[in-house]
Design a protein around this ligand. Structure first.
Ligand SMILES: Nc1ncnc2c1ncn2[C@@H]1O[C@H](COP(=O)(O)OP(=O)(O)OP(=O)(O)O)[C@@H](O)[C@H]1O
Length: 267
């Protein structure tokens, strides 16, 4: 888990400006083979970018390199020209079971980054109330993670990641360990967040339909050494509803992404 806070906690309470992420000449090798070699990418500010690509092409490595969880061999990653340490980020892991602190109640998990950022007790309480309102959640936050369902735990993880009002939110396959009902519910709640904030969001998805549904930009990756095959825009307004799956524009974008993906896999 990664929380970074800068400046005065007082200023963080109402701050929500997104940032553009620039990846320049990223090089990362594993086992004497290049995964990324002189890789360049611009991630659009205040938009949702979904990473989609062949198995093992380096989606998690890219997300984690940008989030500072994986060291890079060379290159530069900037957030509106600033370093990671000068940027507030939130990270949601695929496996919520390992991500929440099991010894802390849900409410204390959410407050944890606020404590690290030295929010006062009142600020912590107000921010939790704001998040509960935002997500319209009926979860009893005085329960421990093991007392909550998978969907509820992942929702707590998302609320924790959003607690310090990050400028960038990273989501590594946030729905892959959830049942369908929980996935639909959390997707909708996240869409509300995207609609009402300037959050720059980078998400990995293994499901092309989901990637297009959630994204403003779909980042299609090549096989390794990995490059961007294409960035496909989907500018349908939010909130997006299930009816969008039958929308001709949605179908056209998804088919195009699938074509690019299949060409890469066969390469
Ligand atoms: N810690 C590591 N040590 C050695 N090799 C690694 C390590 N992490 C990743 N790799 C290599 O880098 C490649 C890309 O891994 P990564 O998890 O980033 O891909 P991915 O696209 O997210 O994979 P998947 O589609 O399976 O989720 C893997 O095939 C693996 O060989």
């Amino acid at each position: 888990m990664s929380f970074r806070a800068v400046s005065d906690p007082q200023n963080l309470v109402n701050s929500d400006s997104g940032v553009r992420i620039t990846v320049r000449k990223l090089t990362k090798w594993f086992n004497r083979e290049p995964l990324y070699q002189d890789f360049n990418l611009e991630i659009e500010k205040s938009k949702v970018s979904c990473i989609f690509g062949p198995n093992g092409c380096g989606k998690s490595t890219l997300l984690n390199a940008i989030a500072g969880l994986v060291p890079i061999d060379s290159g530069q990653i900037l957030f509106d020209g600033k370093t990671l340490h000068e940027t507030r980020i939130g990270y949601v892991f695929q496996n919520y079971r390992d991500a929440l602190y099991p010894w802390l109640k849900a409410i204390d998990n959410i407050k944890y980054p606020l404590k690290v950022a030295r929010y006062s007790r009142i600020q912590q309480r107000l921010r939790v109330e704001e998040l509960v309102g935002l997500f319209d959640t009926k979860i009893d936050l005085n329960r421990y993670p093991y007392e909550l369902s998978g969907g509820q735990q992942q929702l707590v993880s998302i609320m924790r990641a959003l607690a310090i009002q990050p400028a960038v939110l990273f989501l590594d396959e946030p729905f892959s360990a959830l049942d369908y009902e929980a996935t639909l519910s959390i997707r909708d709640k996240l869409q509300d967040v995207f609609q009402t904030s300037n959050l720059t969001t980078v998400m990995i998805s293994h499901d092309l339909e989901e990637a297009v549904y959630m994204a403003d930009n779909i980042l299609l990756m090549t096989k390794r050494p990995t490059q961007i095959a294409e960035i496909v825009k989907f500018n349908s307004t939010r909130p997006r509803k299930a009816t969008i799956f039958a929308d001709p524009k949605f179908i056209q974008i998804k088919s195009h992404c699938l074509e690019v993906f299949q060409k890469e896999v066969r390469r």
